[in-house]
Design a protein around this ligand. Structure first.
Ligand SMILES: Cc1cc2nc3c(=O)[nH]c(=O)nc-3n(C[C@H](O)[C@H](O)[C@H](O)COP(=O)(O)O)c2cc1C
Length: 205
């Protein structure tokens, strides 16, 4: 068993020595995506010691198992970027009570060839914003099912089901004052989750 003090000490060392690299995967590829906007606003309030990189998924071909032996350049790039990340941040819209096809396509691409998934063991958090009052709850639940299959440990609480209402964002693209405390707590808990997992992975490997 790893003593909790050892975990905290090593996590602190990680903060000093290197950045936690987070791959950000937004399940909407439209220009004015609310989920992309939320991703950018969350990145701005993340604790120090974290770096974030948006992963492009709009140029991926439709997944076809016939291409496993000869993947497109965009697929190789996706695998490299996910493989090089310490953690994952998903922002998903809800499309017809599930995740958008473009996101599922990216998840499938980086899960193959069989036995060579780059998702396994990467700690993740999920956020989502929708026009509807359910705030992507059903899409997030579907995403959790998929990530369980991909062996991705996902932050359980707090959950964040966000409805796009007036005031969610300020004029400058930051989180509006009404939602700031909730989302600040979310990102702080997310950061703790990533640190805990990265440290545990280092301890056991
Ligand atoms: C194909 C499609 C299906 C949608 N289905 C849902 C839905 O099931 N629940 C919901 O709350 N909103 C739904 N919406 C509305 C989205 O919440 C809204 O378009 C949102 O802005 C999408 O996220 P984005 O701004 O990041 O692109 C749907 C939109 C589209 C285009």
């Amino acid at each position: 068993m790893i003593p909790i003090t050892a975990i905290i000490n090593n996590a602190s060392m990680n903060m000093i020595m290197n950045q936690y690299k987070i791959a950000v995967i937004v399940g909407s590829i439209r220009k004015d995506s609310l989920n992309k906007k939320l991703a950018d606003a969350i990145i701005r309030i993340a604790p120090s010691g974290f770096s974030f990189m948006h992963v492009l998924i709009s140029d991926l071909p439709l997944y076809n198992q016939d291409d496993d032996a000869n993947p497109a350049e965009s697929v190789k790039r996706l695998r490299r970027e996910i493989g090089g990340a310490d953690g994952l941040l998903f922002l998903t819209p809800e499309y017809n009570r599930s995740i958008p096809g473009v996101l599922k396509n990216a998840l499938d691409h980086a899960s193959r060839p069989h036995g060579q998934s780059v998702w396994a063991g990467k700690p993740a958090g999920i956020l989502g914003v929708a026009l509807g009052a359910a705030g992507t709850a059903l899409a997030q639940q579907h995403l959790r099912n998929i990530l369980a299959c991909l062996d991705v440990p996902v932050l359980g609480q707090p959950e964040a089901f966000i409805q796009a209402r007036e005031g969610l964002f300020s004029e400058d693209g930051t989180i509006g004052p009404g939602s700031k405390p909730f989302l600040q707590n979310w990102v702080d808990q997310y950061a703790r989750w990533i640190k805990l997992h990265v440290t545990l992975i280092e301890e056991v490997s």
